[in-house]
Design a protein around this ligand. Structure first.
Ligand SMILES: *Cc1c(COP(=O)(O)O)cnc(C)c1O
Length: 392
């Protein structure tokens, strides 16, 4: 099956849909059994797609789990109430007190907070590494290192990692390789073919796609699925059937949304590159982005998210740039159909082993499904406000 066909078809088995197109919303806590035999069968099959108890999922959840697992290329998917919960759930499934974690320096800020606060308190030590470290990651591995965590491209600064090399070295040392694969969604990267053991998605972003549900997924290969699934259960993680339904509904149009948002974003990024104020673009498809060669080698496409850096400016000029936008809204959770802008002030504060120069203004854009002419006009007006603020 080709990708577009998969997006439309996966998870639509008749045992879940009961003959209609989308699986019904099956809300449940308790499940009632007809006999001891029935109960015994359900108990044996719990966590394996058998209806047993609401927290273990219903047809709505099973359909979503099957679709994501197959799209990502793993064997099983655990659902979590947010992307952040999927990250903590995956890490806590494979780390215990006394263990050591290798975390990419360009990780999503709440992931860093989890390491520095909660994991540190449990006696799990984190070492941050340069996203562009490549094979030299081997030098940071200790006898008690258990997990190598990647996020590619990195948050805000967009460094693309050499995923296959990092995973290969992780496996040589018996580590579990985890990837925050949110940027690619389940369709623009084949994480398990690159050697990843656990692929994490903030489904909140492109899978849901309409900025109205919080959800996370963690998908594992054969070797790690049982441990991930059992631990997500022990942590009590589950999502509502209504949210699972919305995520499945969002998923069905993922292919066309991503293709259009990728096209729109590339057009706007190329326009920005021609602006004299712009220092450089941080978009994996641009040679100015660290790891661009890995993007070309390992990824099937990009999306609506990228950053750009200006040559000069100050806080007042940045404020003038982002305030007064007509179409770009100021907000964080990208992956919806709408365009967003964020002024990035303190990136240097969320990097500890790599250097970031925060003196140059930086903005992150998420390009939605609006007409690019309107979006470019919005950015042109922003540059005019920026110049006015600079000259005051
Ligand atoms: C948004 C995001 C998350 C967290 O997802 P939530 O659903 O908001 O908790 C994790 N990783 C990345 C890369 C994200 O962009």
């Amino acid at each position: 099956m080709k990708r577009a066909t998969k997006i439309v078809s996966l998870g639509r088995d008749k045992k879940w849909t009961k003959g209609v197109i989308n699986p019904p919303v099956v809300r449940a806590s308790t499940v009632v059994f007809d006999s001891l035999e029935h109960l015994a069968k359900a108990t044996a099959g719990r966590g394996k797609g058998e209806l047993f108890y609401g927290r273990r999922g219903t047809d709505t959840h099973f359909a979503l789990q099957a679709a994501i697992a197959e799209l990502e290329g793993g064997v099983g998917t655990a659902l979590y109430p947010s992307g952040a919960a999927a990250i903590s759930g995956a890490l806590l499934s494979f780390l215990k007190s006394g263990d050591h974690l290798l975390m990419v320096d360009s990780a999503y800020e709440p992931t860093r907070d989890l390491c520095d606060k909660l994991l540190a308190g449990l006696g799990i030590e984190t070492t941050y590494y340069d996203p562009m470290i490549g094979a030299e990651i081997a030098n940071l591995i200790r006898p008690n290192t258990k997990v190598l965590y990647l996020e590619s491209p990195g948050s805000i600064t967009m460094e693309v990692q050499d995923v296959p090399t990092l995973c290969q070295i992780a496996h040589q040392h018996g580590l579990v390789a985890m990837l925050d694969n949110t940027w690619s969604s389940p369709i623009n990267c084949r994480p398990f073919e690159l050697g990843v053991d656990i692929s994490i998605q903030a489904a909140t972003k492109y899978i849901v796609g309409h900025s109205d549900v919080m959800m996370g997924t963690a998908t594992a290969n054969e070797q790690h699925w049982e441990q991930l699934r059992e631990n997500s259960y022990l942590l009590g993680q589950c999502v509502s059937a209504d949210d699972a339904y919305l995520a499945l509904r969002g998923l069905r149009t993922l292919g066309v949304r991503m293709a259009q948002q990728e096209k729109n974003a590339l057009e706007i990024a190329h326009w920005l590159e021609t602006r004299p104020e712009v220092d450089h673009i941080r978009h994996p498809a641009f040679p100015s982005c660290p790891g661009h060669e890995f993007f070309k080698r390992d990824y099937l496409g990009s999306n609506g998210l990228f950053s750009f850096v200006l040559k000069t400016g100050n806080r007042q000029a940045m404020k003038a740039f982002v305030e007064g936008m007509q179409h770009f809204k100021m907000g964080f959770s990208w992956g919806g159909y709408e365009s967003l802008i964020v002024a990035e002030f303190g990136v240097d504060k969320i990097r500890t082993v790599t250097h970031w120069d925060s003196s140059k203004p930086m903005f992150r854009l998420h390009i939605g499904l609006e007409d690019t002419e309107d979006l470019i006009a919005d950015l042109e007006a922003a540059f005019a406000r920026y110049h006015e603020a600079l000259s005051n």
